[in-house]
Design a protein around this ligand. Structure first.
Ligand SMILES: [Zn+2]
Length: 281
């Protein structure tokens, strides 16, 4: 199974909607379809525990229900860890996520790539690039076509500025950024207006070409932040994030792909809000 081409922008949730009948991925897909949403991110944040058999049947259900899937890898990933074993395990976790995601036909997987720790951003970039290149080499040999999408992160201690991820996507084949606009706003305390959103999209197109805007993996949520960036996720209407302006910019640039809503606590409520707002533009 390889990722299908998406004609427009799809909206969905990061994880199983709260209103699903159970916490299973299958129940999540059913609920996404009932809500009229178009995508869901399967969360492996505590580890990849899904069996290959379940992954295949999840993929069949998603195809039947017309729900596009992505996946979020485990939180315990740091490609810039000091200990070799931790780096090794980080690569393994990304590989495990990509392998199971390929079985359910996911188009892309995202994860937080690294922490700077005591390294400079340049040193961190070099380490992340080297290790992620090894990961994508392995996946390529396996015929795995899932796009590897490290995420724009919300704290200055985390690797993952917009520039870093755009450069990484240029340097490594099979990598495209997951643009978390809420993280970027929290991290920069800017990037929260129509013009700034257009600027981000134009930077993406300039550096990666039109194909990047045609295959976007976006994260969005209400967000609280302070001096050290992201504090916690909120509901969009309870935050200062100007989501309607972002949606307008996405529409203006004809961006395509998935918008995964990670608002807390009622994630599907905001996913529906985003979809309705977008369609009303
Ligand atoms: Zn994330």
């Amino acid at each position: 199974m390889s990722s299908r081409k998406i004609g427009g922008l799809l909206f969905g949730t990061g994880g199983v909607p709260l209103s699903a009948e159970s916490r299973s991925t299958e129940a999540g897909i059913e609920r996404i379809a009932e809500l009229g949403l178009g995508c869901m991110e399967v969360e492996f944040v505590q580890g990849v525990k899904m069996s290959p058999e379940v992954a295949v049947s999840v993929g069949e259900l998603a195809a039947r229900k017309n729900v596009v899937l992505t996946a979020h890898g485990p939180y315990y990933v740091n490609l810039n860890a000091i200990e070799r074993q931790k780096v090794h395990m980080s690569k393994e976790r990304i590989l495990q996520t990509a392998r199971i995601a390929a079985l359910f036909g996911a188009r892309s997987i995202t994860f937080h790539a690294a922490f700077y720790l005591r390294s400079t951003p340049a040193e961190t970039y070099a380490a992340v690039k080297r290790h992620l290149q090894e990961v994508t080499n392995i996946l390529q040999k396996e015929g795995n076509k899932v796009t590897i999408s490290p995420e724009v992160t919300g704290r200055p201690s985390q690797f993952g500025t917009l520039d870093e991820l755009l450069q990484l996507s240029r340097d490594i084949e099979g990598v495209l950024p997951c643009i978390d606009f809420s993280h970027w706003h929290a991290r920069t305390r800017q990037a929260n207006s129509y013009q700034e959103f257009l600027n981000v999209l134009d930077q993406i197109e300039r550096k990666l070409g039109r194909k990047a805007l045609d295959n976007m993996h976006i994260h969005l949520s209400g967000i609280a932040y302070g001096k050290k960036g992201e504090i916690k996720h909120l509901m969009l209407p309870d935050s200062d994030f100007r989501y309607a302006e972002l949606l307008r910019a996405l529409k203006e640039r004809k961006a395509k792909g998935v918008v995964i809503c990670e608002s807390s606590p009622y994630l599907e409520q905001d996913a529906v809000l985003l979809q309705e707002t977008y369609r009303g533009l």
